[in-house]
Structure formats: C-alpha cells, structure tokens
Design a protein around this ligand. Structure first.
Ligand code: GSH
Length: 225
C-alpha cells in the first residue's frame, strides 16, 4: 500500500491516516506531493481522484478522503484496534472524528498547522475561543471518562483525527487547561508522531498560504522562502 501525502510540515489531512498506518504497524510506503510550487495542482489532479491528498493506493484501488481511508484500514486490518472495541465508545470516537472533519473552522483557518514554527501570541485568543471551548468540553469529557492518555485510553483513529489540532495548540501557544496540555503532550510523545515530526522538520519548503505572518500581512508572499 502507498499513501500519497502533502508536505509534512503543513498537511493536516495527510498526517491523520499516516499516523494510523504507522502507529498500528501496517506496512506501507508514502510519497510526498508538493502543496506549492509550479504546477503542483496539475500533479495533484493527475495523481488524486479529488485533486487533494491524502490518497491511499492499494493495488488498483485509490481511496481519497481521510475518513474513508481510515475506515478502509479499519475494515482491512480488523485485528487492529483502530477504533475503540466497545460499540458505544466506537460511536463516540466516530462522532468526534466527524465533528473534526466538518468543524473547528476558526482554528483551521486562523491557526494553520506549521510544525516547524513557534508563533505564540500571534493568533488572538478570542478568534479561536469558541473552538477551544468546544475542545475543553469534548476532549476534557472523553479524557475524564477514559483516564487518558488518549481520548479513549489507548491511541485510536479519533486521536489521529485531532493530532493536527494538538500541534496548533503548541505552535500558537493557545490557552488550554492542564488536562488539554497533557493531551497535547501525549500526541507529541507518540512514537509515530515523532517519526512524522522528524521528517517534517527536514523539509525545506514554504507554503505561503499556511504561514501566519503571510496570512496576517506582516510579510508578503514569497518573502519567507
Ligand atoms: N476532505 C479531504 C480534505 C483533503 C485536503 O484538503 N487536503 C489538502 C492538503 S492538507 C489538499 O490536498 N489541498 C490541495 C487543494 O486544496 O488544492 C480529506 O478529508 O482528506
């Protein structure tokens, strides 16, 4: 199997299924497709049915869409606890993942994932306050119930779905409770996440659209490159 991914420093959707594959020891290779630079959209259009990454290639099957990839992996590797074993916990894990997929728009647009950066204070707390409040309720409730360190105790696909949010909390120094800080720490301590991070930190590429100083107008496009 091969996972087509975007630049590791920035590509939140790529990180999610990659973590599932790596954490659950599923044999796979990956290939990075650039999310910036000349002709990058043409390459994506040629390689991905949706023109977006991630895409999981398994023989002649190409599965786009993060949730669909994770569900395919859970079906194909049913012996791995990709979702919680208990049906009620599994329902909550899927609900949280679906909420991540369709929600948290302020965090996603105002605090883009940028693993190599440290931008404490650059995202005004009030802009993302509603999303952070929801995380306190959602993550806080699940962590209190499971006892941690992950949302459902052991690492599951729900944690993979939220891993990019954990990185935003760290990159932008967003104000969260001790319980949520502990969860961010747990994500960063996960060996699969550490592997991704190490590779991300080696990448030289800058994607202007995901750089807070460009988005907020402190520097112009291409100036960071
Ligand atoms: N709904 C898709 C979203 C995928 C997505 O937006 N991927 C970004 C990279 S993180 C992308 O390919 N962007 C290229 C573009 O929008 O043209 C999923 O769940 O996988």
């Amino acid at each position: 199997m091969k996972l087509l991914i975007g630049n590791r420093n920035y590509s939140t959707w790529s990180l999610r299924p990659w973590l599932v594959l790596a954490h659950f020891d599923i044999p796979f290779e990956d290939e990075v497709l650039m999310l910036a630079g000349e002709g990058w959209r043409d390459v994506l259009a040629r390689r991905s049915p949706t023109g977006k990454v991630p895409v999981l290639i398994d023989g002649d099957l190409a599965v786009p869409e993060t949730i669909a990839i994770i569900e395919y992996l859970a079906d194909k590797f049913a012996d791995k606890a990709i979702w919680p074993a208990d049906i009620r916990q599994r329902a909550l894990a899927r609900a949280a993942s679906a909420e991540m997929h369709s929600g948290f728009s302020a965090l996603r647009s105002h605090a883009p994932m940028n693993l190599r950066a440290s931008h404490t204070g650059k995202v005004p707390a009030d802009v993302v306050a509603k999303d952070l409040h929801r995380l306190e309720t959602l993550w806080g409730g699940l962590l209190a119930q499971s006892g941690g360190p992950f949302l459902f105790g052991d690492f599951t696909a729900a944690d993979a779905m939220f891993a990019p949010v954990a990185t935003r909390i760290r990159t932008y120094g967003l104000p969260v409770s001790d319980m949520l800080s502990g969860y961010v720490e747990a994500i960063y301590s996960l060996p699969a996440f550490q592997q991704w991070l190490a590779l991300a930190l080696k990448e030289p590429w800058i994607v202007d659209d995901d750089e807070i100083d460009v988005i907020q107008g402190r520097v112009g496009r291409g100036v960071l490159a």
